[in-house]
Design a protein around this ligand. Sequence first.
Ligand code: DGJ
Length: 341
Amino acid sequence: MKTLISFMIALSVWAQGPRREFTPGEVWLDTAGQPIQAHSAGILLHRGVYYWYGEDKTLGNFNRTGISVYSSKDLYNWKREGVALPKDSVPAQFRETGVCERAKVLYNARTKKFVMWMHLDDKPYAVASAGVAVADQATGPFRFVGYSRPVRFDFGYPEKDRTNQRELGNTYRDMNLFLDTDGKAYAFYASEDNWTMYIVRLNAEFTGPEMPQVEGKTWARILVKQMREAPAPFKHNGKYFLITSGCTGWKPNRAGYAVATNILGPWTEKGDPSVGAEAETTFRSQSTFVLPMPGRPGKFIFLADRWNEKQLEDSRYVWLPFEVGPGDTIELKWVDRWQLP
Ligand code: DGJ
């Protein structure tokens, strides 16, 4: 029966033909007619193919399946390639009701490996560490390398700290990766129990922080005590941009963005990029990634999650086009449907 249903769905998807537009917030089916399960998306462009990695929440919240991967050549039509990092690849405390979130992947041209970073946690979000996995192919399987907290820096540790930062290093939660035009890679992540954003340059293999660590030279604290998360960095005309969200669990909130000439700062805060109805909740969504539009310098796609807290597997994707305007300003506007220019 299940096979027959899958066959009927595949037939109707085929009959409809390929997708030719983005419809933010609506159910997005893959090429087999199944809803795409890749939340907190990260996109890798490798040899003309886009790979979309994300949390597979088919079985609900937490890490019950792993990190899935889809491929596409046109950004509209996505083929499921399977689970790139199965839940059992990570230590037991991060499986089932453990957390494996916001995975992102870079290709390291020197080692010819695909490197995935992720936020690993236990159910109460107290382990708050970075996980690293590597693969020979974009679609995986990724082999788990280990987990750690990349930076240990005394920011004035609180007396009572359920995350033990003084002993274990500073927390690592919502994250992203960024590959600069000079080949150096960076992790952006919410640290200090989400109070402050960190930017940490990675080593040549992209598997850990560059050592020795020097604040302001190999890593930086930015948006200090601002409680921001969901970092989505990108670069335009030699400048660095970072869109973030506030920190309110699965509930949407106001986005903010910042600009810098040097990736390690100083960063200038520019306020909320969203305009129009529902700007105060980033159109009921939370940032996850910014993708440069193929062949369109200065044009980008804002990728976000519209979480459905009661049914996380039914959370939707919000992809919106935007460009960088004069004075390094950006404006995010809602559109019901749109196409690549
Ligand atoms: C907000 C984060 O952005 C998500 O990745 C997730 O950790 C939720 N909080 C959990 O409440």
